[in-house]
Design a protein around this ligand. Structure first.
Ligand SMILES: [Mn+2]
Length: 377
């Protein structure tokens, strides 16, 4: 069978207030095309479907319409990540199951409909003589598992509890078929982007929490990677770059399964804008670099002692691809020390001159001194 593994869509996510929904829509269109062209038999979304537990309606609308389009090609399986509300994700499971969509927010898959068959913690799919078993564990925080009735054993560590929950989910694994673990967890040995803030407080887990499977389809870390070849443990990564540090390629993992084995192929994703960081020493240079990077989303590191006027900053914000500006100019220590020995009026005069290219008038300085003294002006 052919199965696509993807995760961390974060539908509804904004970058410093900038909507990524058009790119997310484009990416889902691309996924549909890949699935159709490759003749895919199932699509796995390993958590963080949405960016927040209370996603905006436009993100939900995109998810359900994409699921419906994808379900016309093959069954879709999505589990909850730490960013999803598991109950909310699986709330429409009745309607979804009519369309061959499985929304996994719990461990109960006993009543799933065709084409799935399942039990506690697992589902299976059949095609011809081939069967693929999937152990499905949504983001297993202690609180969430307790809510589902899977109480952690207090005498055991968190890792040991996760191992137990995963082993429960793997009870549908069979020796003669292909077995896949699907979860949203943080494996030790995985490499993440520096400013990847999505990972929250999830604890690092050792590889041996994973049951023996032919492939582990994980979500959580946004950088695509194979954590362990021998244990076939993979993060598909997010399909779009969501942090400025995340500069690598983006992929859908295409699994070619046969009884008791999986071959992995990475399908590059063309959708989505690049996230670019530029450094500029003047306003003009900022504008130049923004022009050079039309199409990307740009973070400007501003390295100048001359502050930007509010008018110029507004002009910069007016550029469609501008995301954020960070002042990185370091006041030399000597200057900082000198500033301490000068009066407020002297510092004001210097600032005024830098802003308006002329010295402040004596009446302006008098006004400044009055204001500093708390006098009425
Ligand atoms: Mn995520």
């Amino acid at each position: 069978m052919k199965i696509i593994h993807t995760s961390d869509w974060h539908l509804g996510k904004r970058l410093e207030g900038k909507s990524r929904l058009p790119e997310q829509e484009q990416m889902l269109g691309e996924l549909e095309k890949v699935a159709r062209n490759a003749g895919v038999d199932a699509i796995i979304v390993a958590g963080d479907v949405f960016d927040t537990v209370n996603p905006p309606a436009e993100a939900e609308s995109l998810f359900y319409s994409a699921c419906l389009s994808l379900s016309r090609i093959c069954p879709v399986i999505a589990i909850a990540g730490n960013h999803d509300n598991p109950e909310r994700l699986s709330a429409p499971c009745g309607i979804a199951s009519e369309c061959g969509i499985l929304l996994g927010g719990s461990l109960n898959y006993k009543n799933v409909k065709e084409p799935f068959c399942g039990g506690e913690g697992f589902v299976s799919l059949k095609k011809g003589g081939e069967r693929v078993n999937m152990a499905l564990l949504p983001y297993p925080s202690l609180a969430r598992m307790s809510q589902l009735g899977y109480l952690p054993q207090p005498e055991k560590s968190y890792s040991e509890n996760v191992r137990d929950w995963l082993s429960l989910c793997s009870c549908g694994f069979t020796a003669s078929d292909c077995n896949i673990t699907v979860s949203h967890i943080f494996m030790s040995g995985s490499e993440r982007a520096n400013d990847e803030a999505e990972l929250g407080t999830a604890a690092l887990l050792p590889l041996d929490v994973l049951p023996n499977a032919h492939y582990s389809a994980l979500g959580h870390v946004h950088k695509p990677q194979c954590v362990s070849k021998s244990r076939a443990c993979y993060y598909s990564g997010s399909p779009l770059a969501y942090s400025f540090d995340d500069g690598g390629g983006k992929f859908f993992n295409l699994l070619n399964t046969s009884p008791a084995s999986v071959r992995v192929e990475k399908i590059p994703i063309g959708s989505g804008r690049r996230l670019v960081t530029v450094t500029a020493k003047s306003f003009d240079e900022c504008m130049e670099k923004l022009k050079e990077n039309v199409g990307a989303l740009v973070r400007v590191l501003y390295d100048s002692p001359v502050p930007l006027s509010s008018g110029k900053y507004a002009e910069m914000r007016g550029c469609e691809n501008f995301v954020t500006l960070k002042n990185i100019y370091l006041v030399p220590k000597r200057v900082a020390a000198e500033k301490k020995t000068r009066t407020d009026a002297e510092l004001f005069a210097e600032f005024y001159e830098a802003q308006f290219s002329e010295k402040p008038s004596s009446s302006m300085i008098a006004l400044f001194n009055k204001a500093m003294n708390g006098e009425k002006i």
